[in-house]
Design a protein around this ligand. Structure first.
Ligand SMILES: Cc1cc2nc3c(=O)[nH]c(=O)nc-3n(C[C@H](O)[C@H](O)[C@H](O)COP(=O)(O)OP(=O)(O)OC[C@H]3O[C@@H](n4cnc5c(N)ncnc54)[C@H](O)[C@@H]3O)c2cc1C
Length: 594
């Protein structure tokens, strides 16, 4: 086996171990890749139970009042610091322990309710929303998910109120996108009472202000010469904890403290191991699922701010004796922002509800949400920036800050390229395995029970390719959209099957093909979420006798634009200039001096 094959085998083995722990209910996104529309997960549009809605409304009211009075996003950016009084205030409102169980001092909110809170913060200040995410969505998440009762009792009460702050430390020089390549070492002591940690972490949000950090380090696998990653709770008062750089100066989200630290022979008690030893990567990836969900909420909030700013300016700024809102090219941008903001909210709500309703594996949906919302937000900011013209470029306008702040979204918590490839490959795994079954049987027809298995797999594949899935909308007005969506899912499935048959294993490296498949899947998911929300709103409007709102027009537009994009991505699978792209890249990469 050559070095590349060995690396590929290692990656596949890691992914199998992380992602496919056993039989699970078919999720929505995996269903899409098999030509199914698993309606139960996405329709009807989820609602927060009324008792929790009352509590959420009260918390939102308190939060808005607090933020109106005390949060100054421009000053946070200018001073590159979130004042402690703001952090304390967020703690008092309950934001810093919102999803922690009440018995540990939290508020016991669902992910859906949590996302509404993060959307509100994301509307106003990206530094503050990233700070809250780093503390609550990922910093204390491993404790919430994997902590024992004793660990939760010990750590959570102070972390839930904000008396103490949390951080999540995975990234290192050699472990960025390649998260499995963690180099920080954790050696067990002779008597087994503790681990000794050595290594460095970088780019860690809250590192310098956190009282507890979830740190990923490499531990030996007993009885072998291998190592695997384990999650530890580390506190900065442990001897050997050295803050190398508390606040790395940076482009955006300047209010957050992004730091670098080293652990030098730091003794961490074995009681501070989170989850099973050696299962740290699973811990990390599950934690990031939550981070990606609240990312969606924060981006939704920021997109709504873009819409508000765009409307304000287009209705007041006059050129050629008309307000800008009269020009079609300005209207086009504003309509698109409205459509995208609507979709981002719908997608965030449905993804959060999957977690609340106990879907076991939602990695695909959270990855799709993260890529989709961060890319759309970037477009929204660019559009509103353009509408503001020269005035957007100056620091007295919030847009230059918003643009600087938003740029990290496409990189942090999984670069969008990595997640795009992940969506395509994990999604295609189900149908891919069925094809493999058919292929293996054709190659070795004597395999025991081979024909029976291949026959079943073949029937599944064939069944999906001949049936257009039914999309169960309740509003007659949406039947056309539902039919279109069903046909596009069918076309998507045909395209996935064709790609798998045409390229077979090399598809694992064909990222341009993967990107089109992932993009189509993301738009199918986004359209589904929009249709589900639109349907619920139409039903409610019909019950109340009200007329079409701007929201519903935005939903209509989103569906039309999304369907067009899906057709474009699928057409690109056979009509493209990939060969030329790759040849050009290879040639310029080989001659860096030119
Ligand atoms: C402000 C900020 C805050 C952060 N906060 C935290 C935190 O709290 N905790 C934490 O652990 N980490 C944190 N990070 C780290 C962040 O998660 C990483 O920066 C991110 O995972 C990317 O890693 P990298 O920067 O090493 O980029 P690299 O891994 O070097 O990747 C660079 C680029 O290469 C491309 N690329 C990489 N791999 C592939 C691939 N397989 N296919 C195609 N393209 C690829 C992508 O375009 C990517 O953007 C933070 C980073 C920043 C900038």
């Amino acid at each position: 086996m050559n070095k590349l094959d060995a690396q590929r085998q290692k990656e596949i083995q890691q992914a199998e171990e992380l992602l496919f722990a056993g039989p699970q209910a078919l999720g929505f996104a995996k269903g899409l890749f098999q030509g199914h529309f698993v309606a139960d997960w996405v329709m009807p549009y989820p609602r927060i139970p009324s008792t929790q809605q009352v509590e959420l409304d009260e918390t939102l009211k308190n939060l808005r009042q607090f933020l109106d009075e005390h949060l100054d996003a421009a000053e946070i950016d200018r001073k590159a610091d979130i004042p402690r009084s703001v952090i304390d205030g967020l703690g008092r409102v309950g934001v810093l322990g919102l999803t922690a169980p009440k018995e540990y001092g939290g508020r016991g909110f669902s992910q859906m309710a949590n996302c509404k809170i993060l959307e509100e913060i994301g509307r106003r200040c990206a530094s503050t929303s990233v700070f809250v995410n780093a503390h609550h969505s990922i910093g204390i998440r491993a404790l919430l998910l994997f902590g024992t009762h004793e660990q939760n009792q010990q750590w959570l009460p102070k972390l839930s109120t904000g008396e103490q702050l949390g951080a999540f430390a995975l990234t290192e020089k050699e472990a960025g996108s390649d998260a499995a390549n963690v180099q920080m070492q954790a050696r067990p002591s002779e008597d087994g009472s503790h681990f000794v940690l050595n290594g460095e972490k970088r780019y860690i949000t809250n590192a310098a202000i956190a009282d507890v950090l979830t740190v990923m380090a490499r531990t030996p696998v007993p009885g072998s010469d291998k190592t695997s990653v384990t999650a530890f709770l580390v506190t900065p008062d442990m001897p050997g904890f050295e803050m190398l750089e508390a606040r790395m100066p940076k482009m955006g989200i300047r209010g957050t403290a992004t730091g670098r630290f080293a652990l030098r022979d730091v003794k961490v008690p074995k009681e501070n191991v989170l989850g099973a030893p050696g299962k740290g990567l699973k811990v990390a990836l599950t934690v990031l699922d939550f981070g990606r969900t609240t990312f969606g909420a924060c981006c939704t909030g920021a997109a709504k701010t873009c819409l508000r700013l765009a409307i304000e300016h287009a209705n007041t700024r006059k050129q050629f004796n008309k307000t800008l809102g009269n020009f079609h090219l300005v209207q086009k941008k504003i309509a698109r922002i409205a459509a995208d903001a609507y979709a981002m909210e719908a997608m965030t709500t449905i993804t959060a509800s999957l977690i609340d309703r106990g879907l076991e594996d939602y990695m695909l949906e959270t990855a799709m949400l993260k890529v989709f919302t961060t890319e759309r937000l970037w477009e929204c900011i660019n559009d509103v920036f353009q509408i503001y013209g020269g005035s957007a470029y100056f620091v007295d306008c919030p847009l230059e800050r918003m643009m600087r702040d938003a740029r990290i979204n496409q990189i942090g918590e999984g670069a969008n390229e990595v997640l795009t490839s992940f969506v395509a490959l994990v999604g295609m795994r189900g149908p891919g395995m069925e094809f493999k079954e058919i292929y293996d049987t054709m190659v070795k027809p004597t395999r025991e029970r081979g024909f029976a298995k291949a026959w079943t797999a073949g029937k599944h594949r064939l069944g999906a390719t001949v049936r257009v899935p039914e999309i169960p909308v309740r509003s007659a007005e949406l039947r056309w959209f539902a039919n279109q969506l069903g046909r596009l899912i069918w076309r998507f499935n045909v395209a996935v099957n064709r790609a798998l048959i045409t390229y077979r294993e090399p598809i694992l490296d064909m990222q341009l093909v993967q990107e089109r498949i992932a993009n189509a899947a993301m738009d199918l998911f986004a359209s589904t979420c929009v249709l589900s929300r639109y349907d619920a709103e139409l039903q409610s409007a019909q019950r109340n006798g009200s007329s079409l709102s701007p929201d519903q027009l935005a939903a209509d537009l989103f569906l039309r634009q999304s369907f067009r994009r899906i057709r474009h991505f699928l057409a690109g699978l056979t009509d493209n200039e990939d060969k030329s792209v790759l040849a050009t890249a290879k040639s310029v990469l080989a001659k860096p001096e030119s």
